[in-house]
Design a protein around this ligand. Structure first.
Ligand code: HEM
Length: 489
């Protein structure tokens, strides 16, 4: 996932904000070219707190606002209007362009051209666009997003979830609380799950120590996300000389590439010998070993931190709400009746699914998503020129009373009793939409449903410290150690 680069890091500054001036014919959809104008207005904002910045921009400027003045990158248009988001998404052509990450394109197609090839070759889906993206995505989507693609991994994902529950039980302190580095434990669970889905390999993350291969991969992914926002938003000096940040970034990507490829190589050999069941095997059959290897790499790049932060955030939110946990526990018990979870069970658990949707509405791990316009487009009555990066602000829309009844309240029921709770279908899109929607969505959902189900079955979760604020670091996540008290059920 490109993570819509603006939010994929910390500490950067949005250098200036510009309010759009209404165009000459505000009520006409046929606005003339060149009416995209702005009044400069200075502001210094940190990306770590961009959630609050976006809320205040919405309040101050209305349904859209232009951000300009970022050295070396196109203007951005922040859109806070769900109907406009729907119109832009529905008008997409066959190869939508998500704002590219030039630094990643440079890594893939210049620095490591020997592996990824030129831009038009088999470069994967992250930071790849046009025909090359389209050809690659078509091959991978067939395997990754087909009906039942994820459900067939329920047992493997369950096995890892059981191991996580046991480890969490063992690593609690004397007050039955999770350790300070609990988020890292959740990263391990996420990597271990992805390893089993993608490569049919147990990576041994729970036994891993500092400096081990899997911990190096986890750290490298984290460094990648932390650096990418800095490189994309700050003045792009890395284009002129290799800055310290850029060197860290390249080293992290090299680690991700080499560790993943070691596992991919091993898994490909296993496939040949045992015909083992894995996503990689399915991809090899559908599209050949090269596409399979590059797809696995992209998935490891963006599929670990996203899912782990979403799970950590969900566990934290549940620990604040014993009533929600009890309802969830009753639903799970009614469906499973003491037998182990099997494929398809979560389809009988609407409240479980709703809890996760509700967390991702209020605290989406990727707070905004975007598109780079391929043609001039009218948005909110402004003529927005081709090339502008349009950022859909679903964190702001998801928390807006305009789109969700009692938006500030955690109410999973809103996703079940839809007639009681109105909402706009494009106001909360945590996995994006359309042809470029998250490729790992089905796997992420399966992983999240299974782990939350197992944790609620095993423990009553409580939280006895100051409430945690959220920050973008590099995902949107609770800021502080997540010290959950886990009481055996
Ligand atoms: C809670 C977990 C996750 C969230 C919230 C999430 C969110 C997103 C979002 C917002 C996008 C951009 C979609 C768009 O532009 O419309 C995306 C793209 C992507 N995601 Fe995820 N993601 C998650 C987990 C995963 C996992 C587990 C994988 C891999 C197994 C994955 C692989 C990808 C890939 C490859 C893309 C790029 C698709 C393309 O450009 O064609 N994601 N994700």
């Amino acid at each position: 996932m490109d993570t819509t680069a603006p939010w994929g890091g910390t500490g950067s500054q949005i250098l200036a904000s510009y309010r759009i001036k209404p165009n000459d014919v505000p009520n006409s959809r046929m606005v003339a070219k060149g009416t995209f104008r702005a009044h400069p207005r200075r502001g210094g904002y940190s990306v770590e707190h961009v959630d609050k910045v976006c809320l205040s921009l919405r309040e101050k400027y209305g349904k859209c606002v232009k951000m300009a003045g970022l050295l070396g990158r196109p203007d951005m248009l922040f859109v806070f209007d769900a109907s406009e988001v729907e119109r832009v998404f529905r008008g997409e052509d066959a190869a939508p362009h998500r704002p590219s990450m030039p630094s990643l394109m440079y890594y893939k197609h210049t620095l490591r051209k020997d592996f990824f090839g030129a831009e038009k070759d088999c470069g994967g889906v992250i930071a790849v666009h046009g025909d090359s993206w389209s050809a690659f995505r078509t091959k991978v989507s067939r395997v990754a997003l087909s009906t039942g693609a994820a459900a067939q991994y329920t047992n493997q994902v369950g096995e890892v979830a059981d191991a996580f529950v046991n480890r969490t039980r063992e690593t609690r302190n004397k007050d039955l609380e999770t350790p300070h580095d609990f988020l890292n434990e959740v990263h391990k669970w996420s990597l271990e799950s992805l390893g089993l889905i993608a490569l049919d390999t147990r990576l041994g993350c729970f036994e891993s120590q500092e400096g081990s291969e899997s911990q190096r991969l986890i750290d490298a992914v984290n460094t990648f996300f932390l650096c990418v926002g800095e490189l994309e938003l700050r003045a792009p000096w890395w284009r002129i000389y290799p800055t310290t940040m850029f060197k860290r970034y390249v080293a992290a990507l090299d680690t991700i590439l080499s560790v993943t490829l070691t596992h991919v190589d091993r898994a490909l050999k296993e496939c040949e010998v045992n015909g083992s069941k894995s996503l990689l095997q399915d991809l090899v059959t559908a599209a050949g070993p090269r596409v399979a290897a590059v797809a696995a790499l992209d998935m490891f790049l963006v599929g670990i931190d996203t899912t782990s932060n979403a799970v950590a955030s969900t566990l934290y939110q549940l620990s604040l709400r014993p009533d929600v946990q009890e309802k969830l526990h009753t639903e799970i018990t009614n469906v499973l009746k003491d037998r182990p979870l099997k494929a398809g069970d979560v389809n009988q658990m609407p409240y479980l699914k709703a809890c996760i949707k509700e967390v991702l509405r209020m605290y989406p791990v990727v707070i905004g998503n975007g598109r780079q316009l391929k043609k001039d487009t009218v948005i909110c009555d402004y003529n927005i020129p081709k090339g502008t990066q349009v950022i859909f602000q679903h964190y702001v829309m998801g928390n807006s009373e305009e789109y969700f009844t009692n938006a500030s309240e955690f109410r999973p029921e809103r996703w079940i009793q839809r007639s009681n709770y109105q909402h706009h279908p494009f106001a909360s899109l945590p996995f994006g939409f359309g042809k470029r929607m998250c490729l790992g969505r089905r796997f992420a959902e399966l992983e999240m449903h299974v782990i939350i189900c197992k944790m609620v079955q095993a423990f009553k979760m409580e939280y006895h410290h100051d409430q945690l604020d959220y920050h973008v670091h590099p995902m949107y996540t609770p800021n502080g150690p997540i010290r959950l008290k886990l009481i055996e059920r």
